[in-house]
Ligand binder design. Sequence first.
Ligand code: FAD
Length: 442
Amino acid sequence: MSLVWFRRDLRLGDLPTLTAAAESGDPVLGLFVLDDRLLKPSGGPRKDFLFRSLEALNEQLDGRLMVVHGDPETVVPKVAKAIGTEDVHISADYGPYGRDRDKRVGEKVTLVETGSPYAIAPGRIAKSDGEPYKVFTPYSRQWLEHGWRGPADTSAKTVEWIDPDEVKGVRRAKIPTEKEASDAAAGEKAASKQWKEFLEEVSAYDDERNRPDLDSTSRMSVHLKYGTIHPRTMLADLGKLRSEGAASYRRQICWRDFYADILFQRPDSARENYVKKFDKIEIDSGKHADELFEAWCKGETGFPIVDAGMRQLNSEKWMHNRVRMIVASFLVKDLHLPWWRGARYFMQHLVDGDLANNQHGWQWTAGTGTDASPYFRVFNPITQGEKFDPTGDYVRRWVPELRGEEGKAVHTLKFGRPKEYPEPIVDHKHEREVAIARFKAL
Ligand code: FAD
């Protein structure tokens, strides 16, 4: 008998772990462990998506996914023993918690690692002197040169799945449900459908990806996060296309690999500044700072694009990339709050919350991370709105108080500010100077 322990790979197609487990021809047991150490700090939307993806996987397996609740260090060896195997097939996890967990579990059973959630696994790409890259562009050149494997040819039909009812002595758990749900369709079939539909549009991606009003990005982030699709499958499809859109999309997949690599090299960067000199930067705290933070969370800052973004996050549990950058810059450089405060809020509310992408997306914007945007780059929320939401449709969609404003005047409110919409909580021009002065003082 073979054991596949599913984690961030909730699919059956293009799953090398499964090929490895099924190689011997033995029947395979599919296991998922509900681990409180991951679930407790996880935001509701992520849990909801995970649970719905587990339901979908279980359905694909005709109800034969074994779900147990507990510490993997105890339950994984127990399940392995119950089916008489010592080998547990996994796809590698490179996050700080996952690595530590796998080290502990690996002391009790043999973990057979095949593949990872990335096109090129963290640690594989290094400079000629063996040092890891710290800047995206040279990493991306090397990434393209290195290349990646084609999709693994796996099919559930060739595998004989073990019915968990036959596994004695292990208490099974039900797949839980979660109230704080998003509309993101979960599971492998949904991922594949969404990807195929997006591929039809990918040629426009490069031109339109910065336009939140057009909503023309793929929204595949949550599927990549939970492995309901593998980036290899996506890269193989993109490789058949010659458009600038396809090349641009490939670059985004590379960013994902890059940030996973950075977090792998520097696990401390999940909580601390990547560039240590920024530890000394002055940040605000106290009652007034808390009030500003609350206004930011609720989308009541009086800056239309910031409020639209935060309200999209609170409602859809997702936010457009350009707007993530704008609201993050606003929190750090206009409100002078620490990036990790905003990053934590994102992780609680985003359906695609991913430690590597989120913490490094924040650090990039804050200027404390790799490729850091320079200190003098302080996004102006009004001109950013005018440039990237030129129709104003994005703001009107998310801020009902401003639906009466026409075109891009919704960003400047030059014809007046509706009574029911808040006054700006800060003076951008002044706060920009404060931010620059604080960075300069370093
Ligand atoms: P698309 O534009 O369709 O991009 C395709 C895929 O490429 C994405 O699904 C994602 O996997 C990857 N990608 C795109 N942009 C980036 C990027 N800048 N960094 C790394 N990977 C990228 N992404 C997350 O997946 N989880 C997060 O928690 C997260 N938090 C972020 C926080 C901030 C402050 C910022 C600035 C960015 C963050 N990102 C995060 C990156 C990016 O915003 C999202 O990946 C993207 O908006 C997801 O939407 P999409 O799938 O439609 O993207």
